[in-house]
Design a protein around this ligand. Structure first.
Ligand SMILES: Cc1ncc(COP(=O)(O)O)c(C=O)c1O
Length: 350
């Protein structure tokens, strides 16, 4: 058969994860807790009243209003998508072409690179410093030298958990010619979103998702906040009915019940701090302080530890070539399973 695939798509690998079954599923930065039954009940009631024979609201207006109220910005500064994954795709479609360069830090979230490759753009990654902090001078230099269209900053960063100080975001906004896209997928586990900085900076885009602290990855909903001119450009390339009606209902409902949904966050943060302190007791392990719902750590014994995790049915994200792991914070029982595995390998540390 003739190869119909576009040149820059041929070399990509499809993202087809196997369904994973394990005693502790700690590989995807998910929230270990399902929705509170009372909130699930409101969603079910609203879905029962849906006109299933009609297309969904193309502008997702009620959801957008709920997201705007949550972020404290007007609705014309928001575009919602089917997860941040779709928002990243829309953003790339709107702003990145074959002559454009996108810059980010490394290690970081892989989809920035993948969408840029699909668009045929060039992608530059600036390595983090050895302590896991983002090299802001390096980002500024690459963004300037290449007149980058977009600089992606993930903060708190997936996978390291590093939180970039607001002053460094300001430097990027002031010292580069680029759209600064701040991915705040995990910000609910840190101490405050920078979303209101979009009031002062027309080259800032802030991304939020309901997949992590809001416990709703199943429904797929994320959004971008930016100057209305940026949002208008994104609306031009989005599919007309990109958010199905079931998602719009579920997402709006969790936002309207944010207090109840987010009430597990303090417990997850406590467990993260407890797990960090536990891992830090082992001189064989280098732990990176995290502001997210996961912990990144390295050990020269990574292959042995990975085998122990497999044997004890603990699923983590294993970065084989970096001798590193990214471990989601789970339920107390799941966290105990992690500790037991580490103790079995290295012994107990008081
Ligand atoms: C940093 C970051 N951005 C975006 C996403 C995509 O999130 P969503 O589930 O909203 O598509 C993820 C998912 O893990 C992520 O880690």
């Amino acid at each position: 058969m003739r190869n119909f695939t576009r040149k820059n798509v041929v070399s990509l690998e499809a993202y087809k994860p196997e369904p994973q079954q394990a005693k502790a599923v700690l590989n995807a930065n998910e929230n270990p807790y399902n929705l509170p039954p009372a909130v699930a009940e409101i969603i079910a009631d609203r879905i029962r009243q849906l006109d299933f024979n009609r297309y969904p609201d193309p502008g997702a207006s009620e959801l957008t209003k709920a997201a705007a109220d949550f972020c404290g910005v007007p609705p014309d500064k928001i575009i919602c998508g089917s997860g941040l994954d779709e928002i990243l795709m829309i953003m790339t479609e709107a702003f990145v072409g074959p002559d454009d360069t996108v810059v980010t830090h490394k290690p970081g979230f892989s989809m920035y690179d993948i969408w840029t490759q699909i668009a045929g753009g060039s992608f530059i990654s600036v390595f983090d410093k050895p302590d896991g902090s983002i090299d802001v001078d390096g980002l500024i230099e690459e963004a300037r030298d290449n007149c980058a269209k977009i600089v992606y900053v993930c903060s708190p960063n997936n996978p390291t958990g590093y939180r970039m100080p607001a002053g460094e975001i300001v430097r990027l906004l002031e010292e580069t010619p680029s759209l600064i896209v701040l991915d705040e997928a995990y910000v609910d586990f840190a101490d405050g979103s920078l979303v209101r900085m979009t009031d002062d900076w027309e080259n800032l885009v802030v991304l939020r998702t309901l997949s992590k602290a809001f416990r709703l990855p199943s429904a797929r909903c994320g959004w971008a906040v930016a100057d209305p001119r940026i949002i208008d450009a994104m609306f031009k390339v989005k599919g007309p009915y990109n958010l199905n009606a079931l998602t719009q209902i579920a997402a709006r409902t969790v936002l309207e019940n944010a207090d109840q949904i987010l009430d597990k966050v303090p417990e997850i943060i406590d467990s993260r701090e407890d797990m960090t302190a536990f891992l830090q007791k082992y001189p064989q392990i280098t732990v990176y302080p995290s502001s997210a719902n996961f912990i990144y750590f390295k050990t020269k014994d990574a292959p042995e530890l990975q085998q122990c995790f497999i044997d004890s049915s603990v699923l983590t994200k294993y970065f084989k070539s970096d001798y590193a792991f990214r471990l989601s914070i789970g339920t107390p029982a799941e966290n105990e399973a992690v500790k037991k595995t580490v103790i079995d390998l290295y012994g107990e540390k008081k």
